[in-house]
Design a protein around this ligand. Structure first.
Ligand SMILES: C[S@@+](CC[C@H](N)C(=O)[O-])C[C@H]1O[C@@H](n2cnc3c(N)ncnc32)[C@H](O)[C@@H]1O
Length: 234
């Protein structure tokens, strides 16, 4: 009997935003795995740290922050072998995923390598999308409005085209792409209708109008929300 691989959505940062289901799985599995930058702590592990029973084996999936798929592919090949060894020995493994595992989550790369061989359960989580809307007190979309989720690294013309063509947007992975995104919003006359949110649901959360952004470096965990009517309920 093999173990089950869990993709565990643990929410956007506030430890109270983990579901009861994810918490129950988290506490009972013998092995947890979580992504971490090569030279840094794992955000996912820090979210659930206070819940960890202390007797679990931990696999830190150390991923280089380098553009391109190849370094990451090599990492996922390697860690899927390590995880498969536990599963083959009958041990359940829970992979901690910030937000939701299937919403821009790196869990899907392990899922792609292991799901044909082992039983997999995905526990959905509160996404950063809804956490940012709550943090900014800004409903995302209503009625027949189209909400578009846009990755900030898109080329400028693509961002512009997609923003022109939608009613509301959530622009993710703002980080070092902020200048370009702000330029496009300005060009489309949307600056006053856009809110910037960083580290939603955590104690260091910040929300401000895009026009009030200062020169401070923009963290990766940030998003810009925009609705063309300003407020979705209008
Ligand atoms: C790789 S995606 C992961 C998304 C995650 N799986 C989810 O369900 O929200 C990373 C991006 O999510 C957004 N993000 C994640 N957590 C966030 C937070 N607490 N506040 C603001 N943005 C966040 C940022 O745009 C960040 O660049």
């Amino acid at each position: 009997v093999t173990g089950t691989l869990f993709g565990l959505g643990i929410g956007p940062g506030d430890p109270e935003l983990i579901t009861l289901k994810a918490l129950n799985v988290l506490k009972r599995v013998p092995v947890i795995a979580y992504p971490a930058p090569e030279n840094g702590d794992s955000l996912a592990r820090s979210i659930v740290e206070s819940y960890l029973p202390g007797n679990q084996e931990e696999i830190c999936i150390s991923t280089p922050m380098v553009a391109g798929n190849d370094p990451a592919n090599e990492v996922y090949d390697r860690y899927s072998i390590e995880i498969a060894e536990h599963l083959n020995a009958g041990r359940d493994v829970a992979v901690l995923c910030e937000g939701d595992p299937f919403f821009f989550g790196s869990f899907m790369y392990l899922f792609g390598r292991l799901a044909e061989t082992f039983p997999v359960e995905v526990v959905p989580g509160v996404t950063s999308l809804t956490a940012c809307a709550a943090e900014a007190a800004l409903p995302l979309t209503s009625r027949n409005d189209i909400l578009t989720v846009l990755p900030g690294p898109l080329p400028e013309e693509e961002l512009e085209r997609r923003l022109k063509d939608t009613d509301a947007a959530a622009i993710m992975k703002v980080g070092r792409h902020r200048e370009k995104i702000v330029r496009v919003l300005k060009k489309l006359g949307l600056t006053d209708k856009a809110r910037y949110v960083e580290r939603a649901s955590t104690q260091s959360a910040k929300v401000c109008a895009v026009s009030d952004l200062d020169d401070a470096k923009t963290p990766y965990f940030s998003m810009i929300l925009v609705h063309k009517r300003g407020e979705a309920w209008k």
